[in-house]
Ligand binder design. Structure first.
Ligand SMILES: Cc1ncc(COP(=O)(O)O)c(C=O)c1O
Length: 600
């Protein structure tokens, strides 16, 4: 059986060169297609980048640990876990409930094939793949079958039991292999980066901040000037100072006014306290700006972090959503190789802790993600996990294991990510096109001119009168085409609104927000001020709105994007502020809140 793991987007009308037509017909072909339901003999080696070994260990960075991290003890009881796998051992040590009394006998789900979103592929290939379009049923039994099951051997008796803080071993192994060899292309420069599963990036970040940050020590954290609140808000609540760094189209700036270098070089420890030793950054599909930080900039920033001994907390839920890279659907290898790499691929020291989540690749309700980084840090996070969440939900870990390890395998997982990327890019394009059409208004000034003869008499009749037309194009808003992620960051030129008096920017923004959400347009957008990390009233967040193109149905997306443009135009024609009413939809209010998803 062939092992070519190829999305084969380049091959219009591609056919399998290795399997017989009968194999193809009966779904046994595994060569040209992007179907990667795991076959027992399917190696994924052809996707594997070469890994150079041995590598040096990471440097000792324990001086960054907080006093809480230093005082966390290893659980004595969890130390007994290793005996659970000793053949024949009877466990009288653990305070565990009997799995026989778990009310769940099995856990089943109908799951998508990894190539569900492949409509954009050519039709001959699609027709060949018809069989793979069907959902698969997966079942996690209560006990592993004595005959031996699929490769993950995941069962509810262990998944729903108290289990390893680092995550279910089969899942963690999968994630580690995926992260080190594929996502980061075998380029993490130090030996043995470690992985711990989390309940998503919010959980991972909170734990990382606890083991690395300490308000009482005067800790400070560098963040992008506009940034998703998760990291900064958690840090601020711990008394950690927030230091915003200037951004440009690419993301955090290394040099220039307000850039990282200037902040660090001009830091006066007598005046400003200890220099920041943490940096929280979203580098790929930044939330809210959708920028992607290029490799050269990364190198500069990483060098500064080395020089000033800063730990980088890289929060990248959108890493796989990078746009403008692929004129056609790439094969798996090309997909991964072209994505801008993470800081962790430059991390010779082990100073990058990286946060990945299944929230955007599967579903936020999974509450599942992982941290990869320096083993000393992940080990402390494991101790903290032991006293807090213990481990992510066993049920979801079991389902995800069954899907990734037994059903899709690594190549199928990459296919899934690649096709999701494609779908979200289509949405980004759709929204950009709709927003572009209403971005400007043309203002026409008409002046009637009368023509006079040489003696200065007005000439009446044809040719004696004409209009002088002066045309001016005014931009009401502008935006950068997103380079990644799920958002468009719109700069609205409130300053040219006739109601702007130089000081009331926030008021005009609030009025626009309500106008857009009001009964005629029903278009809910996110005010830019929500992404200004220091809420000191000084920021210019009021000039921006964040629009998400990911969540709603394509038809609604189109309509809402058009309504946005129309709404802004109408709003700029207002000569007085609309009545300041709260937007109340029928049935909205406290109770309706329950059905409304949370916002990220
Ligand atoms: C930058 C960033 N980090 C973290 C999160 C939350 O991730 P999780 O669901 O894994 O907690 C989000 C959600 O939108 C996000 O945009």
């Amino acid at each position: 059986m062939s092992s070519v793991n190829n999305l084969n987007g380049s091959g219009a009308g591609a056919v399998c060169t290795r399997c017989s037509p009968a194999d193809v017909e009966q779904g046994r072909c595994n060569a040209t297609h992007f179907v990667h339901e795991k076959m027992d003999d399917e190696p994924v080696a052809e996707l594997e980048p070469e890994i150079v070994t041995p590598r040096p260990p990471p440097v000792d960075l324990s001086h960054h640990l907080s006093s809480l991290a230093r005082s966390l003890r290893k659980s004595n009881l969890k130390g007994l876990y290793k005996y659970r796998s000793v053949p024949g051992i009877v466990n009288l040590a653990g305070g565990l409930p009997s799995p026989n009394y778990f009310p769940f006998d099995s856990l089943s789900a109908s799951v998508a094939p990894c190539d569900r979103f492949a409509e954009s592929m050519n039709s001959s290939l699609l027709s060949m793949l018809k069989s793979s379009k069907r959902c698969r049923n997966i079942t996690v039994p209560k006990f592993v079958s004595p005959q031996g099951g699929r490769s993950s051997d995941v069962c509810l008796a262990s998944a729903l039991q108290y289990s390893a803080v680092e995550g279910l071993p089969k899942l963690r192994t999968f994630v580690k292999e995926f992260a080190t060899k594929y996502q980061h292309q075998g380029k993490i420069p130090y030996d043995s980066p470690e992985v711990i599963m989390t309940c998503g990036n919010t959980d991972g970040l909170a734990k990382a901040l606890k083991i690395l940050g300490e308000g009482a020590r005067g800790d400070k954290m560098l963040v992008e000037k506009y940034v998703y609140g998760g990291g900064p808000e958690t840090a601020a609540a711990m008394g950690i100072g927030i230091v915003p760094v200037e951004m440009d189209k690419e993301g955090m700036m290394a040099d220039g006014d307000g850039g990282l270098q200037e902040i660090l070089e001009s830091w006066d420890t007598v005046r400003d306290g200890p220099r920041p030793h943490l940096m929280y950054t979203i580098t790929l599909g930044q939330n809210p700006t959708s920028s992607v930080l290029g490799l050269e900039r990364r190198k500069e920033i990483y060098a500064l972090c080395q020089k000033y001994d800063i730990i980088i907390l890289e929060d990248d839920p959108y890493w796989f959503l990078q746009y403008g890279l692929f004129p056609e659907l790439p094969d798996n290898r090309t997909f991964l190789a072209r994505l801008t790499p993470s800081y962790i691929t430059l991390d010779t020291d082990g100073r990058v802790l990286r946060f990945d989540t299944f929230s955007k690749t599967m579903a936020p309700g999974c509450r599942l993600g992982w941290i990869i980084g320096h083993p000393r840090f992940t080990e402390r996070i494991a101790r903290l996990t032991d006293t807090t969440t213990q481990f992510p939900s066993g049920a979801i870990q079991a389902l995800v294991t069954k899907l990734l390890v037994d059903t899709w395998s690594i190549s199928g997982w990459i296919t899934w990510l690649s096709l999701l990327r494609e779908k979200y890019e289509q949405r980004a394009n759709l929204m950009c096109a709709a927003l572009e059409t209403s971005r400007t208004v043309t203002i026409i000034h008409l002046k009637n001119i009368r023509v006079r003869d040489d003696d200065g008499n007005v000439i009446d009749g044809p040719g004696g009168k004409y209009s002088l037309v002066h045309k001016a194009v005014k931009e009401l808003y502008e935006f950068e085409r997103p380079m990644g992620g799920m958002f468009i960051w719109v700069r609205v030129y409130f300053e040219i609104h006739r109601l702007f008096d130089g000081t009331n920017g926030q008021r005009i923004m609030d009025a626009l927000f309500k106008y857009l959400a009001g009964p005629n347009l029903r278009c809910l957008v996110c005010p830019g001020g929500y992404f200004v990390p220091l809420d000191d009233g000084e920021g210019d967040g009021w000039k921006y709105l964040r629009l998400c193109f990911a969540a709603v149905e394509v038809e609604d997306l189109k309509r809402a994007s058009e309504n946005f443009g129309r709404g802004v135009k109408e709003f700029f024609e207002l000569t007085e502020f609309p009545p300041d009413e709260d937007v109340e939809a029928d049935g909205a209010g406290e109770d309706a809140e329950l059905d409304v998803p949370h916002f990220c």
